[in-house]
Design a protein around this ligand. Structure first.
Ligand code: WQD
Length: 351
């Protein structure tokens, strides 16, 4: 079987992608230092697929430890690189943490790709590379503007590093620009484990609904948008995961157009923060307690994808709706609470 190394495999998108790869016939190993994840999601993968996934608990910023993984697995043909810090808000407060973690880990990995002649490299990029776009929806040719956060800069720089690396080494790479990943696997055995208070909107919504957060803050309703709140393109994590499998297949089939093809992975529709809140309330019947708070530094006003290229070239057809996102996210949150009660016999502390 074709062996793939998934970095950040214990994380939210990484775990869903590992499952999709297994379901499509790939053999997968994970590397994840579990600094912001746990191996519980690998247990979920095993329950769903019957496959036990090996995780190397290694920090990719440590070159020797990273190199040892490749020495032990000479049959790796491809890498999907998720491992990175990803909070826009946190990156504004801790820029050096983000530049060091996200860029040193990438460079160490690429050194191993070069030495061990790995054929395929798929990079988890982000719509944040577009900054505040003048025109939406954005296509892959929309010129990147200055990023709005250090997180966004690490993705812009990551893309440039990979571009130059792919050209010099003639290694087939793909850059996947995610919009806003959200939702959970329909089994509720995989989902997002926010280790601390969630930065992202959908887990903040579900934690408010379940009572872990008392009041949801909407960061600004005075933006130049249809209802004053920011616009985003929420993509279901299972649709996003499947796009990675299709991207690998695209490279394996030699359909790539160059050495570093780029794809937007969004639904193609923009939803405001307040519309997302209403969608959650309508589909779950749970009323959300929220207030309007000041704008959050680093936030982009409005962005959503033109996803024609991924549909045509990767044969990708996202199938989950915004309602599916909210419903699967809510089921996952309720499962977390049931598990927590199971293990600790208590409800969440109201914080
Ligand atoms: C979305 C909107 C907030 C929380 C994310 C990922 C990043 C990248 C791009 C993949 C903003 C508002 C949020 C809250 C709120 N994805 N919000 N109250 O910033 O678009 O970035 O997608 O690489 O990794 O972080 O997502 O969910 O943090 O914010 O009002 O409690 O929701 O202001 O307008 P963002 P987000």
């Amino acid at each position: 079987m074709k062996k793939i190394l998934v970095t950040g495999g214990c994380g939210y998108i990484g775990s869903h992608t590992i499952l999709d790869l297994i379901e499509n016939g790939f053999e997968v190993i994970s590397v994840d230092n579990n600094s912001r994840s746990s191996t519980r999601l690998l247990e979920g993968i095993e329950k769903i697929s019957g496959k036990k996934v090996k995780n190397y608990k290694v920090d990719l910023c440590n070159f020797d430890d990273t190199h040892a993984i490749f020495q032990e697995n000479a049959d790796i043909i491809g890498i999907i690189h998720f491992a990175a810090f990803k909070s826009v808000g946190e990156s504004v407060e801790k820029p050096l943490l983000y530049f060091e973690n996200n860029l040193v880990s990438l460079i160490n990995l690429l050194k191993c790709v070069e030495e061990f002649e790995i054929s395929y490299f798929v990079f988890s990029s982000s719509c944040t590379i577009y900054g505040n776009p003048d025109k939406i929806p954005v296509t892959e040719n929309t010129p990147p503007k200055p990023a709005e956060s250090p997180y966004g800069y690490t993705k812009q720089m990551g893309e440039q590093i990979i571009n130059e690396f792919a050209r010099a080494n003639r290694i087939k790479c793909i850059l996947l620009r995610y919009f806003n990943p959200a939702g959970a696997h329909t089994s509720s055995l995989l989902g997002e484990y926010p280790i601390e208070k969630p930065q992202n909107l959908v887990p903040a919504i579900t934690q408010t609904a379940i009572g872990k957060i008392q009041t949801l803050e909407v960061f600004g309703d005075d933006y130049p948008t249809r209802d004053g709140s920011c616009v985003r393109d929420f993509i279901h994590v299972c649709d996003l995961a499947h796009a990675h499998t299709l991207a690998l297949q695209y490279l394996l089939d030699n359909r790539n157009q160059g050495y570093c093809d780029v794809f937007n992975l969004g639904t193609g529709s923009g939803i405001t923060v307040l519309e997302a809140i209403r969608a959650f309330e309508n589909i779950t019947g749970v009323k959300l307690n929220y207030i309007i708070a000041p704008r959050r530094p680093g936030d982009v006003i409005a962005i959503y994808a033109n996803n024609d290229k991924a549909r045509q070239l990767l044969k990708w057809n996202p199938k989950f709706s915004l309602d599916d996102i909210m419903l699967t996210a809510w089921k996952w949150e309720q499962k977390l609470k049931a598990d927590e009660k199971l293990f600790t016999g208590r409800d969440f502390q109201m914080n």
